[in-house]
Write a protein that binds this ligand. Structure first.
Ligand SMILES: Cc1cc2nc3c(=O)[nH]c(=O)nc-3n(C[C@H](O)[C@H](O)[C@H](O)COP(=O)(O)OP(=O)(O)OC[C@H]3O[C@@H](n4cnc5c(N)ncnc54)[C@H](O)[C@@H]3O)c2cc1C
Length: 596
C-alpha cells in the first residue's frame, strides 16, 4: 500500500506532479480501448493509464520476461498469479490488454437474460457489427496452408461426427470467427507477408508454422493496438505505459488518479540485480486529474482497484454493496486429447528397453528398442503437432443443460510442444529468439525425430489441449486483504455438476476421433482452475441494490465514473467474452456521449 499525502494539493512538495485531461481511462484492454477511441473522436482530451508496456515482435521473449512480475523487473504481457485457493487467472498486462494474450476468438453472445432490462437480445446487434468490423473478424480459413494443420482437421472431424450423433445437443460446429489476419486464398500474398490494415497500421499475415504463445501471432493477430488504440492515438489520446493506477479520489468535482510509474532499471548494475530477482524496481508516484474516469482494468484489476478505494482508502465510499460479487470463470477448464492409444505397445517396449539398459541386460535392451521402433513405424499415423496453427481454429457449440442456447463450447487449443519450447527458451536466453525462428525449429526437430524413434513416439503421443467453457453454476466473491490485494473465494465443488457435464463432452470428443481423454493434471491434483475468461466483480444492475453500474457502465452513486470491461458482465456468457465486452462498451459509449 502506498502512503499518500493526507490532503494532496497542487504545489505541495510531497505531492506528485499533476497533469489534467478531460478523461482518464485506466487500462487499455477491450473495454478501455473502445472508451479511449470514442472519447477522443468526440473531441475530448484522453489519457490512457496502462500498467504494462507495448508488445512488439522484436522484443518478444521466451523467458521470465514474458511474465508480469513488476516487483522483479518483469513487464511481460502474461499476468499469471493465483487469486485465492482455487483460481489462477490468466490476464493480459500490456498495451492492448487481453488482445495480446488471447486466442483471437470473437463470438457473439445470443442471450442476455441476466443483463439489465435496458439491454434486450437484439439491442447489441449493431454494436457487435461495429466491433467485428473494427477487429477484422473472419472465420478460420478453409484453404491452404491453414486447412493443412492436422490438429484443426482433427477437431473439425470431431465436430462433424458429434453433430451427426447428437443433433439435439450439438448446436453448431466448424471454423471459429477470429480477429486474425490470414493471407488471402488467391493472389500473390503469402503467410508472413506484410500488409497495411484498413485502419492504416502495419501487420503481416498469420503463418501456421509460428507458435502463437511464443509471439508468432504478434502483428498477425488484430490486437487492439492495431485498430482501436491505433486510431485513438491518431485522434489525440495519449497512452501512458508502465503506470499502475492505485487511488482515485474526488476533489472539487474532479478526479485525482494516483498511480505508480514503474521505472525499469537504467544502469547495468541495476539490470543485473533485477535479472537475479534480487531487488524490486523503483517506482515514482504520479497523479493525473480529469473530470471523468473510465475504469477498464479488467475483471480482476477493476474490482481490486474499486474495492481498495471503497474499503481501504475510503475515497469512494458510495460504491455499492454488490462490488466484488458475481465473479465467474465462464466455466473455463482445460483437458487433454490423448492421441497415443495405438502406441501403447511401443511405449511398453521402450520402457523395457530403458529398464534393461539400466540393469545391464544389453541384449534385452536392444531387442526391446527394435520392437519399440517397429511398433512405432508400423503405424502410418503422424504427429498432430499441437503447436502449429492459431491458438484456436474450431469450435463445437453445445445446448446448455437447461436447454438454453450456447450452454457450452469445446475448442481445440494449441501450445508450444516441449522440445521446441526448450529450444526457444535457450535461444531466448542467448538473445537470439525471434518468433519467425520457430519455423526453423520445426524443420530441425522433424528431421531429428526421423532418426530418433523415442522422440518421434513422444511427438506422436503428445496431448492436444481442449478448451472447455460455458454457462456454469458457481459464483466467486472478491476479498480484499489489508495490503489492498484482492483474492477470490470460489467453490469448485459448487460447479461440480457443470464440470461433470462439460468433461463428459470432452470424452465424447475424444471417442469421436478414437483418442483418450484426461483432465489437465494441475486442475485435478492442484485443485485450481486456470481462468482466461475472468468476468464479473462490478456487475451491471437496475439500481445500487443489485448492481454497481447501470447498463451503460455508469457507476451508481458516483457521477462521471464509469466501468467498461469484463467486470460488468452479470453472468457467464458461455461464448468467449471479448466481443461482448467490446459491443457493451460501444453501446455504453453511445449512451455516455449522447447524454452530454
Ligand atoms: C490465453 C488467453 C486466451 C483467451 N482467448 C480468448 C478468446 O479467444 N476470445 C475471447 O473472447 N476471450 C479470450 N480470452 C479472454 C479475454 O482476453 C478477456 O476476456 C479480455 O481481455 C477482457 O477484456 P477487459 O477489457 O475486461 O480487460 P483486459 O483486456 O484484461 O484489459 C485490462 C487492462 O488493464 C490493465 N490494468 C489492470 N490493472 C491496471 C491498473 N491498476 N492500472 C493501469 N492498468 C491496469 C491491464 O494491464 C490490461 O491491459 C483469453 C484470455 C487468455 C488469457
Amino acid at each position: 500500500v502506498i502512503s499518500y499525502p493526507s490532503t494532496p494539493t497542487r504545489g505541495r512538495n510531497d505531492a506528485p506532479r499533476e497533469s489534467e485531461t478531460d478523461v482518464i481511462v485506466i487500462g487499455s484492454g477491450f473495454g478501455g480501448s473502445v472508451a479511449a477511441l470514442r472519447f477522443a473522436q468526440a473531441g475530448h482530451s484522453v489519457r490512457v493509464l496502462e500498467r504494462g508496456t507495448w508488445v512488439t515482435r522484436d522484443r518478444n521473449q521466451v523467458n521470465l520476461d514474458a511474465f508480469w512480475w513488476p516487483e522483479r523487473g518483469r513487464f511481460g504481457p502474461n499476468d499469471l498469479r493465483t487469486r485465492g485457493q482455487t483460481i489462477l487467472p490468466w490476464l493480459g498486462a500490456c498495451v492492448g490488454g487481453g488482445s495480446h494474450v488471447y486466442a483471437g476468438t470473437l463470438k457473439r453472445d445470443l442471450d442476455f437474460g441476466a443483463f439489465p432490462a435496458a439491454i434486450r437480445d437484439d439491442d447489441l446487434d449493431p454494436y457487435y457489427t461495429v466491433a467485428e468490423t473494427m477487429m477484422g473478424v473472419r472465420p478460420y480459413p478453409d484453404y491452404a496452408p491453414y486447412d493443412r494443420v492436422r490438429a484443426t482437421q482433427l477437431m473439425l472431424r470431431a465436430g462433424r461426427v458429434l453433430h451427426e450423433s447428437y443433433p439435439d445437443e450439438v448446436e453448431e460446429v466448424g471454423p471459429v470467427p477470429l480477429g486474425i489476419s490470414f493471407a488471402p486464398a488467391s493472389g500473390t500474398a503469402k503467410p508472413s507477408d506484410p500488409f497495411i490494415n484498413p485502419h492504416g497500421a502495419r501487420q503481416h499475415y498469420s503463418d501456421p508454422r509460428e507458435q502463437s504463445l511464443l509471439g508468432g501471432d504478434i502483428g498477425a493477430k488484430n490486437s487492439l493496438d492495431l485498430n482501436y488504440l491505433y486510431l485513438a492515438e491518431r485522434a489525440g489520446a495519449r497512452i501512458e505505459t508502465l503506470v499502475e493506477a492505485d487511488r482515485l479520489e474526488r476533489v472539487d468535482g474532479r478526479f485525482r488518479v494516483y498511480a505508480r510509474r514503474y521505472l525499469p532499471p537504467r544502469t547495468w548494475a541495476e539490470r543485473l540485480r533485477n535479472r537475479a530477482l534480487l531487488r524490486p524496481v523503483p517506482t515514482e508516484l504520479v497523479c493525473f486529474v480529469a473530470r471523468r474516469v473510465v475504469v477498464a482494468a479488467g475483471s480482476i484489476g477493476s474490482t481490486e482497484l474499486l474495492l481498495r478505494n471503497r474499503d481501504l482508502y475510503k475515497t469512494l465510499p458510495n460504491l455499492g454493496p454488490m462490488l466484488g460479487s458475481r465473479y465467474s470463470t465462464n466455466g473455463n477448464s482445460l483437458s487433454l486429447l490423448l492421441p497415443g492409444r495405438q502406441y501403447v505397445g511401443s511405449w511398453i517396449a521402450l520402457l523395457i528397453s530403458v529398464i534393461a539398459a539400466l540393469v545391464g541386460f544389453a541384449t534385452v535392451a536392444v531387442i526391446a528398442f527394435v520392437v519399440h521402433a517397429i511398433a512405432l513405424y508400423a503405424s502410418k499415423d503422424r504427429a498432430y503437432d499441437p503447436d502449429l496453427g492459431t491458438t484456436n481454429s474450431d469450435f463445437i457449440r453445445l445446448r446448455g443443460r437447461d436447454g438454453k442456447r450456447q450452454g457450452g463450447y469445446i475448442e481445440g487449443g494449441r501450445y508450444p510442444t516441449p522440445g521446441r519450447l526448450v529450444l526457444a527458451v535457450v535461444l531466448s536466453l542467448l538473445g537470439w529468439w525471434r518468433p519467425e525462428r520457430y519455423r526453423r525449429l520445426i524443420s530441425l526437430t522433424v528431421a531429428v525425430r526421423r532418426f530418433v524413434p523415442p522422440l518421434e513416439l513422444l511427438a506422436r503421443s503428445w496431448p492436444i489441449p481442449l478448451l472447455q467453457l460455458g454457462r456454469d453454476d458457481a459464483w466467486g466473491r472478491f476479498v480484499l486483504d489489508e495490503r489492498g490485494r484482492a483474492s477470490i473465494a470460489f467453490d469448485l465443488d459448487a460447479n461440480r455438476e457443470y464440470y461433470d457435464w462439460i468433461d463428459d463432452w470432452g470424452r465424447k470428443v475424444a471417442r469421436s476421433v478414437g483418442m483418450g481423454w484426461a483432465h489437465a493434471p494441475w486442475s485435478r491434483w492442484w485443485r485450481r482452475v486456470e481462468v482466461p475468461h475472468s468476468i464479473g466483480g462490478v456487475p451491471m444492475g437496475e439500481s445500487i441494490e443489485n448492481g454497481v453500474v447501470d447498463h451503460a457502465g455508469r457507476v451508481f452513486g458516483v457521477d462521471d465514473l464509469f466501468v467498461l470491461d469484463g467486470s460488468i458482465l452479470t453472468e457467464p456468457p458461455g461464448p468467449n467474452p471479448a466481443l461482448t465486452i467490446l459491443a457493451l462498451a460501444e453501446r455504453a459509449m453511445t449512451h455516455i456521449l449522447s447524454a452530454r
